[in-house]
Design a binder for this molecule. Structure first.
Ligand code: AMP
Length: 635
């Protein structure tokens, strides 16, 4: 009889080493590891110590003997009309060419390569080529603007940067190159070379002689390249991915090599039930963790075909994703609740138009999945819709259902149970004591964190410990900064963040970062940005600003004009993704007597809830101003 989920999980905690030794056999090792786990320096966990492997070898080369002619990467762009399938053999050739190109530009083991690309296959070639060389990639989401990009360049200090002339969204060309040029101007230590893949979308693109290199020209010089993989010790880094927190400075989540590969291939087997030769379709972007894990690495490690889609879910019509499911016989799909809420506004007949018989289940993650959305898509698809919960930091699920182990019943709005390898607890916010069933607590993980999770913050071990392991006095446990609750059947529910991080359409944003951008407007003295509920996007940022000189803001037209200026600044600094829904002007912010802005009260008022305890409020007039500012946009 198959092992029960409960037993599987118990074994992963009680016999950690035995359990992960078994999972480690799913990948190829050039040299076997000596120890499964080194936890001599908590909370730093080192998995598969002494083992040597390579991600690119496992994702590409390993499959050549058995599936060189099978599809590996299926590229579809409804923006440009491009559609092309790369077999494992073709992917191998492209990755070798790209690795040779990077090598020619001086990239070697441990060097960083910053990838700022739209959803095009060359982005995947670049990621795989980087890890082939034992170098470290840092993909920056193409929607981020120059200041965000510059901050990431300065932290990662890449040897080379790879970009494209432009992206495209809803038929509109979005030039990348001017943002890149501006970011390189702002950066303290810009890379020597920028490789540009010219899609021919931005005809006016300017090049900087001596620095900018054309992808196609360089590729033409390396057509027959065969670049041997650089074997890495399991704990050497494979990538950095920046994520927002409560400070304005993004953290570089650092992933290792062996643990990363093992966790992802194991998740394909136990969670997603993706089999070699089948097709996987994650609708994310390579700039996010879901894109890293489930557009690129996990499907390829498992020998599957991965669909890479550039476009929106409703163009040319709301049936496009289901058309792709039929056409490419997608077995497993992964998306976000926001996307489903967008589809829900369209005719459900689109789902009946195509043959979806290949699809085993749909996984959703990134933000809370509301019950109406879950029911709508489950009814329309007639397939299990599995909510699962994870973070950039963990790289794979913390809570999920495990159909590859046992088909446990699903509950709407619950991402089910803790993933194997995670010793999950719900802890009281202040005492750090475990809470009981049906009681709200902070979702925490007793370390060591399992393979695949972040191993540190890039270049800052201290920040790793301080940020994640010091929330509870006297206890070194990892805080997810999410509230959770467990029902009497052991099902978990995620209730939202404990910090100032907000989630817009499944993308994490720190309110601090938005505040810093808003504050760079010459006439903004102070600002508080909070996340408020939004029917479509989950949450949207809302800004309350205090003007240095309010005398020019007496008319609605003047306030509108300044709001637009603030929007433009946020677009420039962070990208449109960080743009507040409104910028509302007040003359003071509600603060405690010690000067702390009462963000939770502002947020509560904006969502029509009780603002909570206001006894520490310095000036009650501030709250009245917030209330009337909110009323001005809601009535
Ligand atoms: P990110 O690192 O950008 O993927 O954001 C991770 C955060 O998204 C988590 O800390 C949660 O707040 C939220 N999140 C992710 N998945 C879920 C889910 N299934 N249900 C509720 N919240 C989620």
């Amino acid at each position: 009889m198959a092992e029960s989920y409960r037993n599987f999980h118990r074994r992963s905690i009680e016999d950690r080493e035995g359990f992960w030794r078994e999972q480690a056999a799913l990948i190829e090792w050039e040299r076997p590891f000596e120890r499964v786990l080194d936890y001599d320096r908590p909370p730093f966990a080192r998995w598969f110590v002494g083992g040597r492997t390579n991600l690119c070898h496992n994702a590409v080369d390993r499959h050549l003997a058995t599936r060189a002619a099978q599809p590996a990467l299926i590229y579809v762009s409804t923006e440009t009309g491009a559609e092309r399938t790369y077999t494992y053999g073709e992917l191998h050739a492209e990755v070798n060419r790209c690795a040779a190109m990077l090598q020619a530009l001086g990239v070697g083991k441990g060097d960083r390569v910053l990838i700022y690309m739209p959803m095009i296959p060359e982005a995947v070639f670049a990621m795989l080529a980087t890890v082939r060389l034992g170098a470290v990639h840092s993909v920056v989401f193409g929607g981020f603007a120059s200041h965000s990009l510059a901050a990431r360049i300065d932290d990662a200090r890449p040897a080379v940067m790879i970009t494209a002339d432009a992206g495209m969204r809803m038929g509109k060309v979005i030039a990348y190159k001017p943002l890149v040029d501006e970011a390189l101007r702002l950066a303290q230590q810009p890379p020597k070379n920028v490789v540009i893949f010219d899609r021919g979308l931005d005809k006016s693109m300017a090049r900087v002689a001596g620095r900018d290199v054309d992808y196609a020209e360089l590729r033409a010089r390396h057509m027959d390249a065969q670049v041997p993989v650089t074997w890495l010790e399991s704990n050497e880094p494979s990538y950095i991915l920046y994520t927002s927190g409560t400070t304005g400075r993004p953290k570089g989540v650092q992933r290792d090599t062996g643990g990363h590969a093992v966790s992802l291939i194991a998740s394909m087997k136990h969670i997603y039930c993706g089999e070699p030769g089948e097709t996987y379709f994650a609708t994310s972007d390579i700039g996010w963790v879901v894109g890293h894990s489930y557009i690129v690495y996990a499907p390829l490690l498992r020998g599957m075909a991965s669909v890479m889609y550039e476009g929106v879910p409703v163009r040319p019509d709301a049936g496009i994703w289901w058309k792709l499911v039929e056409q490419y016989k997608v077995a497993v799909m992964f998306s976000a609740p926001t996307a489903i809420r967008v589809l829900k506004k369209h005719d459900p007949a689109y789902l009946k138009k195509y043959d979806l018989s290949s699809l085993k289940h749909l996984f959703l993650a990134g933000e809370p999945l509301d019950e109406p959305t879950a029911r709508w898509i489950a009814d329309a698809l007639e397939r299990p819709v599995i909510d699962h919960y994870w973070q950039t930091e963990t790289g794979w699920s913390i809570l999920a259902s495990y159909p590859g182990v046992e088909r446990t019943p699903l509950k709407f709005a619950s991402p089910s149970f803790p993933a194997y390898g995670y010793d999950l607890r719900l802890l009281h916010e202040t005492s750090g004591q475990e809470v009981g069933d049906e009681e709200k607590g902070v979702v925490a993980i007793v370390p060591p964190l399992p393979p695949g999770c972040l191993t540190t913050v890039w270049g800052d071990d201290d920040r790793f410990v301080q940020t994640y392991f010091t929330s509870f006095a006297g206890k070194q446990v990892y805080s997810t900064f999410d509230w959770g609750i467990r029902d009497r059947d052991g099902y978990y529910f995620i209730l939202g963040r404990t910090d100032d991080v907000i989630n817009v359409a499944g993308h994490r944003l720190g309110t601090r970062e938005i505040e810093e951008a808003v504050c760079s407007h010459a006439n903004v003295a102070e600002v508080a940005v909070v996340g408020v509920q939004d029917k479509l996007k989950g949450q949207v940022p809302l800004a309350f600003a205090v003007a240095k000189d309010p005398s020019g803001l007496t008319t609605p037209a003047a306030r509108k004009a300044m709001e637009q200026e603030v929007f433009d600044i946020v677009d420039q600094h962070l990208g449109a993704i960080g743009r507040p829904a409104h910028v509302l002007f007040v003359t003071l912010l509600p603060k405690t007597r010690s000067g702390k802005v009462l963000r939770r009260s502002i947020q509560a008022l904006a969502e029509g809830r009780d603002p909570g305890d206001l006894t520490t409020l310095d000036d009650p007039a501030a709250i009245e101003q917030i209330k009337s500012a909110i009323a001005s946009v809601t009535t």
